[in-house]
Design a protein around this ligand. Structure first.
Ligand SMILES: [Zn+2]
Length: 142
């Protein structure tokens, strides 16, 4: 993990990125969009909860989680701002199928939570996306 954390890139950045990357690879773009609109566009949780049909408490939980991992609000904003484009263009590796989830990499129907599956079984993919995001973030800073 430490290898991809260059100068100025803290563990917090990596941890909050990982949280977002796992969600997107598991097929959840809604949380990413909602977090972006909350953190960058200043949209209120109640509006977003209605727009994306996420429970208000659930959404507040996601927001809290990503800020906690980032360490503070400003780092969370930075992470979402610099990674949003990359994350939006990702192709999820898990897709929804009738009755559950299917992993396109393992070629099987999942018996566990899709995010947990991605986090545990596809660390290489997750880390690759994280380092792509960090590379892009560094470039945009200079
Ligand atoms: Zn898999």
């Amino acid at each position: 993990m430490r290898g991809i954390v260059g100068e100025g890139m803290s563990e917090n950045v990596v941890e909050s990125l990982k949280y977002l990357v796992v969600k997107v690879l598991a097929g959840d773009f809604v949380t990413l969009h909602a977090l972006k609109e909350y953190l960058l566009d200043g949209e209120s949780p109640s509006v977003l909860s209605h727009k994306y049909r996420i429970g208000k408490f659930k959404l507040r939980g996601y927001i809290q989680r990503v800020i906690e991992k980032a360490g503070n609000y400003r780092v969370a904003q930075y992470v979402v701002k610099t990674s949003y484009g990359t994350l939006c263009s990702l192709t999820p590796i898990v897709i929804r199928v009738p009755g559950g989830y299917y992993c396109t990499v393992c070629d099987k129907v999942l018996t566990m939570n899709p995010e947990r599956h991605v986090r545990l079984e596809h660390k290489d993919v997750v880390n690759k996306v994280i380092s792509d995001c960090i590379r892009i973030a560094k470039r945009s800073k200079s």
